[in-house]
Design a protein around this ligand. Structure first.
Ligand SMILES: [Zn+2]
Length: 344
């Protein structure tokens, strides 16, 4: 009998695995067995167990399987832990990213809200400027006698400016209300600007008409002098000393003082006679004429178109005159009239 022995010492237990070979006959029949000897300690009796030869293999295979499964589970767990760790890291990173993005968005929203407030303030300022332009336009129309213009006015409440004091964060609802108000105000201002544009065009036309009317109206003094030696109406004739009608103004002025035509017009008469001396008649519009007498020199000819303020002659004492002066006469539809209403 041959015994192959493996001994394992564990605490005080000795385990002897012995492969027992039975009789040659049994060996031939394949009835091999292992004998398991357990020696608890020196004072205890030895215990023997015989186990079929396949059992250790089955146990070994089971152990290997268990170890393999454990290994697979461990590797799987380690891999899952790694993935979980990566995911955790990603979540933390994303969370920080989202927090940063939200902060940026909040800042952008605040900037936009501030821009809305500024836009509202600019709208109010624009409204004030348009109102100012409208007042100036009214003044121009008053000056030119064109009458006032009634234009619908947009009521723009100025947005609250930064004046200090306590304040709270504007809510989205409040900002939205301001946005709607500003949109409405800008729409009204757009309408006002359109109306103002039309109104100013009309005012310009009226101003041109007024300017034209001024140009054709004899409303300036013909000479620099304001010394009237004889007015319009009845007077004592300087030659006959008898009451007579004086049909214009006698304005005393030194010899060769420039004589200005008092409105745009056309020279219709240049003549010389013993009564009026060298004299010029200028025809204006709307039935008005002006007459300049006793000139020393005449600087225009019949048919000349003359502009208001142009020098047409020089003061003299020609004709029925007692000294250097200009006889200035205004005729309305051919009838002499008092020059006074035409002079400034
Ligand atoms: Zn006179």
């Amino acid at each position: 009998m041959r015994i192959a022995t493996n001994i394992i010492v564990f605490h005080r237990i000795m385990l002897i695995c012995a492969k027992t070979e039975g009789a040659d006959m049994k060996l031939k029949m394949g009835s091999k067995r292992y004998t398991l000897v357990i020696i608890p300690d020196a004072n205890s009796s030895v215990r023997r167990f015989e186990v079929p030869k396949l059992i250790p293999y089955i146990a070994g295979a089971g152990l290997m399987t268990l170890v393999s499964i454990t290994l697979v589970l461990y590797v799987g767990h380690a891999r899952n832990a790694s993935v979980a760790n990566k995911l955790q890291t990603q979540i933390v990173s994303r969370d920080a990213e989202y927090t940063s993005t939200v902060q940026e968005k909040n800042q952008t929203i605040e900037q936009l809200q501030n821009q809305v407030i500024q836009l509202s303030q600019q709208t109010a300022e624009m409204k004030a400027k348009i109102d100012d332009i409208r007042k100036q336009e009214d003044e121009i129309r008053t000056i030119t006698g064109s009458g006032q213009v009634k234009i619908s006015s947009a009521d723009v409440a100025p947005a609250a400016g930064a004046m200090g004091g306590s304040s709270t964060q504007a809510s989205n609802g409040e900002v939205q209300v301001l946005v709607e108000q500003t949109k409405s105000q800008l729409s009204d201002l757009d309408k006002s600007v359109d109306e103002l544009k039309d109104s100013i065009a009309d005012t310009k036309e009226k101003a041109i008409e007024a300017q034209q009317k001024l140009r054709i109206t004899p409303n300036i003094w013909p000479v620099d002098s304001r010394t009237i030696t004889s007015g319009f109406g009845l007077r004592q004739d300087p030659f006959t000393m008898r009451p007579s009608f004086h049909s214009g103004y006698d304005i005393s002025a030194p010899r060769d003082t420039p004589v200005h035509v008092t409105a745009d017009g056309v020279v219709t008469t240049t003549g010389s006679d013993s009564s009026h001396g060298n004299n010029i008649v200028v025809t204006h519009s709307k039935g008005l004429q002006t007459w300049y007498m006793h000139l020393n020199k005449m600087l225009v000819q019949k048919g000349d178109r003359v502009e208001k303020g142009q020098v047409i002659g020089l003061v003299g004492t020609t004709g029925r005159s007692t000294g250097y002066h200009l006889h200035y006469e205004v005729l309305k539809n051919g009838v002499s009239s008092d020059p006074k209403p035409y002079l400034p």
